[in-house]
Design a protein around this ligand. Sequence first.
Ligand code: UD1
Length: 370
Amino acid sequence: MKRQVHIVGARPNFMKAAPVVAAAHELGDDPYLVHTGQHYDEALSDVFFRQLGLPEPDVDLGVGSGSHATQTAALMTALETTFVDLEPRKVVVYGDVNSTLAATLVAAKLHIPVAHVEAGLRSFDRTMPEEINRIVTDALATELFVTSPEGVGHLASEGVDPAGVHLVGNPMIDTLVRFRDRLDAAPVRRSLGIADDYGIVTLHRPANVDHADRARAIVSALADVANEITLVFPLHPRGRATLSEVGLMDVANLVVTEPLGYLDFMSLVAAARLAVTDSGGIQEETSILGVPCLTVRPNTERPITITHGTNQLVEPTEIAAAAHDAIATPHLPADIPLWDGNAGQRIAKILGGHGGSRQPPAASLQPHGW
Ligand code: UD1
């Protein structure tokens, strides 16, 4: 019987799991790591394991891509066999990707307790696959690790038992804190042939890159921004076809690259004049780094990055003006409570039953007039 089985599958899981798995090792809890293989490319998966020091997965299920139903079904089938074999005492899932949902459904039906890291986030937009995954995962999980206070409120309003809810901070920021001193944009800039004044772009959400009209509006806005500042765009495979079709590759002063590894990517982000993105994690990382972030979405499940950080929601037609203002305005790094580099340790302590306060002192929940 394995004590804790941690499930990772897609790129944003790896930065969240690394500090939790490392802390669980330090506590002697012998965490077991399952990679579902939802992301399987070197650039979306292997490089993160190497750079973040994640142990080789104990099992790699190699599930791969597909429609939501095909992928989720394949994930569930493979995970059921794995859980029946391993008899985990606890399954630990991360974030809001399809691997998170699949592992939660399978574990719950096998009566295995589920711990969800990054619980309680809500965009209130059920057209996002991630929102469905969050709601279902949080409804079934019995331990819920929350990054910021509004998440505690969302879980309370959905009737989640507060005894299982732990406000612990943000393990993705643990990874950033750990590597921050090693970030150096100069070699990456040299290899891309760009000067030191640039903005970084990432877009991969279905709502932005699956439909030509929306993608065209975004590319046209990026072309306007690129008149003012060089843009670097590490392109996720999901967006390649549609964005290329609407002319991304022809935009002057915009450099498209393959997806980058964690260190190269964060080095570029940390030294950028601005970020234009639809990623969840980048909204958080730019806030901590003090880099202005334009999020090309109508909503965010991470409002603390707007109220306490550097983030701003924009429509495609607003990108150029917002970018101009963002470049002209100095931004300070945000100081968000509990986003301090120690969330993984807090989570691992509670997961392993080593104590750890269920809720931090009330004072730490009330900064900045929250
Ligand atoms: C997934 C997550 C999303 C997360 C994103 C980060 C879900 C529902 N979505 O979206 O929340 O922000 O990861 O990257 O889980 N592909 C490759 N190589 C890979 C993996 C995927 O080429 O290693 C291509 C395939 O053509 C695939 C497409 O990317 O069909 C989408 O992959 P998928 O895992 O379904 O979702 P993402 O868009 O990556």
